[in-house]
Design a protein around this ligand. Structure first.
Ligand code: HEC
Length: 110
């Protein structure tokens, strides 16, 4: 590839990133999404509600799940396809699910 072509490509990518960035940061606000869609059940800090059989998200068990398993659980309801989760059917985008997984990881580190 000629150098000028490479420079043009880099330029195009830079412009694309610049356009996408504001949308990305909006879409990936995992904390706000968690507060809006999950906190009423799993608690503000992910502690869960043992009395209502809602699991903690900061437990070793949940934190021990892989990102792929967490993603599947949130997007599709996990192996047993629980309808309470399956958030992708309720309009949560894959980027938002990713942000939620990151937020759950973040809560686990505190
Ligand atoms: C209506 C209450 C409710 C809401 C809202 C809710 N959950 Fe849950 N969640 C549960 C219950 C109950 C379980 C355990 C039972 C099951 O398997 O469905 C669970 C299980 C989970 C698990 C698996 C935990 C484990 O160790 O097996 C994850 C991960 C999870 N929820 C994430 C989320 C996220 C992220 C959101 C928001 C997008 C959310 N949940 C919203 C009630 C809820």
């Amino acid at each position: 590839m000629k150098l000028s072509k490479l420079a043009a490509l880099v330029g195009v990518i830079a412009v694309a990133l610049f356009i996408m960035l504001p949308n990305l940061s909006w879409a990936e606000d995992g904390g706000a999404l968690y507060k809006a869609k999950c906190a009423m059940c799993h608690g503000a800090t992910g502690e869960g509600k043992p009395a209502a059989k809602i699991p903690s998200l900061v437990s070793e068990k949940t934190q021990g799940m892989s990102d792929a398993e967490l993603t599947d659980f949130i997007a599709n309801g996990g192996p047993s396809k629980k309808a309470t989760h399956a958030f992708e059917k309720k309009g949560v985008t894959p980027e938002q699910v990713k942000a939620l997984v990151a937020h759950i990881r973040g809560m686990g580190k505190k």
